[in-house]
Design a protein around this ligand. Structure first.
Ligand code: 5GP
Ligand code: ZN
Length: 129
């Protein structure tokens, strides 16, 4: 089996951690401060987490947000996870993306995580530009 890059992450890459999870910068960030959070236990899907792990990961999301607020002063966040190849997952150690957002970093931010795919039905306001 191929070694998991998130199981063999260098200690020096760790930004914050708790008993359950660790956070580190994405190597190919979509924005300044793009962080990934992974449970310490190797599971491929976020849906395989225990309740305790869900809490541990979410608590760390909060800590990461506070750290990023101090360090980069973003004005908003996208938080998301790709679960399964058809949803875009490329590293099969479950992880959460925390992406800081900055005023004007895209021309029209409406829709946020909805923009991973074209809508089946236009949402209110779509196409009014
Ligand atoms: P996925 O596409 O599976 O949701 O996310 C995998 C993420 O891992 C991508 O955002 C990618 O940029 C990031 N990534 C890939 N290889 C490495 C690596 O070696 N180190 C770090 N820190 N991030 C990585
Ligand atoms: Zn792993």
């Amino acid at each position: 089996m191929k070694a998991c890059i998130f199981c063999s992450l260098p200690k020096s890459d760790v930004l914050v951690e708790n008993e359950i999870a660790v956070a580190f910068f994405d190597k190919f960030p979509v924005n300044e401060g793009h962080v990934l959070l992974v449970p310490k236990r190797h599971v491929s899907s976020l849906f395989d987490l225990t309740e305790e792990e869900v809490m541990g990961v979410w608590n760390l999301v909060q800590e990461v947000k506070e750290m990023l607020d101090r360090r980069f002063q973003p004005v908003a966040y996208n938080i998301g996870a790709n679960v399964g190849a058809a949803a875009g997952q490329t590293v099969f150690h479950a992880h959460v993306h925390v992406i800081p957002r900055y005023q004007g970093d895209v021309p029209d931010p409406r829709g946020g995580v909805r923009n991973v795919k074209k809508s089946m039905v236009p949402s209110p306001g779509e196409g009014e530009k």
